[in-house]
Design a protein around this ligand. Structure first.
Ligand code: FES
Length: 87
């Protein structure tokens, strides 16, 4: 099956320690919980020399800088159009 989306996360030491360690887990859990692993090419990469603007995350060709956990969740919800369910 062809992947519909691409997510790459910087796993260089600067980005990793400044937030991508948490962002990585959020993305993994998001994809697993919603059964999206088959639709998303999700991979890590090494430092791209943008450490001063990290953590760095790229989704479907757009690079996001200084991204925190709340922004990651917002982006994922927006991209995958997850509707909030109120009980
Ligand atoms: S560690 Fe991510 S850009 Fe350098």
């Amino acid at each position: 099956m062809e992947k519909k989306h691409t997510i790459t996360i910087c796993l260089g030491s600067s980005c990793f320690t400044r937030g991508n360690d948490v962002n990585l887990e959020i993305i993994k859990k998001f994809l697993a919980d919603r059964g999206l692993k088959e639709q998303v090419d999700f991979r890590g990469h090494l430092c791209v020399n943008s450490c001063n603007k990290g953590p760095v995350l790229k989704i479907d060709g757009t690079t996001y800088y200084e991204i925190d956990a709340r922004q990651v969740e917002e982006l994922l919800n927006k991209i995958f159009a997850v509707k909030e369910v109120t009980l």
